[in-house]
Design a protein around this ligand. Structure first.
Ligand SMILES: [Zn+2]
Length: 248
């Protein structure tokens, strides 16, 4: 019963935060970044069947980082993005966010979008409906406590179900998959991961890029990736969930 109570509170907080919305802070010295605004029930990212391709123009990419925050690697990634006036979307694991709320606050303060990625990163397709929705709502609680919104969600391993997608949509949320997945979690040497990423990017010329801020190799390869994007004329675009206002 106590567990159910906690979930009920989570949903109530969630609804309140979606209704309120907030404008992300953006560094004063940076030019406003183009932002793709998602609506309730939207599903973007071609790697998952049934999701739509993100409305990006040629040579536009959205950077996403999953499975943080991590005190060793997330600050390095935030430093690199800040130095180039770029914003990204972080799909944080609730358990890690509860341990490192200061990193979630920093992500939000520096204009990044923070989305949910469950409390403990289980494959939701292996759970009952109530277990899965509890994983989702519990995962949002530390993000809301840090000042975030509960309006964007990414499924662990990108594994979703129609019932869970409908559940998210009824609560005013959008689901984000990806278009470009360089398997940075595989812990290959950074240059190998970067080569895979470049190959997909050259073929597709746009898309949501899936990376992991908890991976040391990803922090390692990020300067070269950002140089490549810049050199090839790509624009990094921000992402905002339903109910959020774009920074400009
Ligand atoms: Zn993940």
């Amino acid at each position: 019963m106590r567990r159910m109570g906690a979930v009920g509170i989570g949903i109530a907080v969630l609804a309140a935060a979606v209704a309120l919305g907030s404008a992300p802070a953006f560094a004063q010295s940076c030019q406003p970044q183009r932002t793709i605004q998602l609506g309730s029930g939207d599903r973007i990212g071609a790697l998952t069947p049934g999701y739509r391709v993100a409305p990006l123009q040629d040579r536009e990419v959205i950077l996403t980082f999953d499975d943080g925050p991590n005190p060793e690697t997330t600050p390095r990634i935030l430093d690199l993005l800040k130095a180039r006036c770029l914003t990204a979307t972080f799909f944080a694991i609730g358990g890690s966010a509860a341990k490192h709320p200061e990193l979630v606050r920093r992500e939000l303060a520096e204009g990044h979008t923070v989305g949910g990625h469950t409390i403990s990163h289980q494959d939701l397709t292996t759970l009952t409906m109530s277990e899965a929705t509890e994983e989702i709502t519990d995962g949002f609680v530390p993000l809301l406590a840090a000042g975030g919104l509960a309006n964007l969600f990414r499924f662990p391993q990108l594994n979703s179900t129609p019932a869970l997608l409908n559940w998210l949509a009824r609560r005013g949320m959008a689901a984000v998959s990806a278009d470009i997945d360089p398997w940075d979690w595989a812990a290959d040497p950074p240059h190998e991961t970067l080569a895979r990423l470049k190959k997909q990017l050259v073929e597709q010329r746009r898309g949501v890029i899936l990376l992991h801020d908890a991976q040391p190799n990803t922090a390692e390869l990020l300067p070269d990736l950002l140089d490549f994007l810049d050199g090839q004329g790509y624009r990094v675009v921000g992402l905002a969930g339903p109910g959020a206002r774009s920074p400009d």
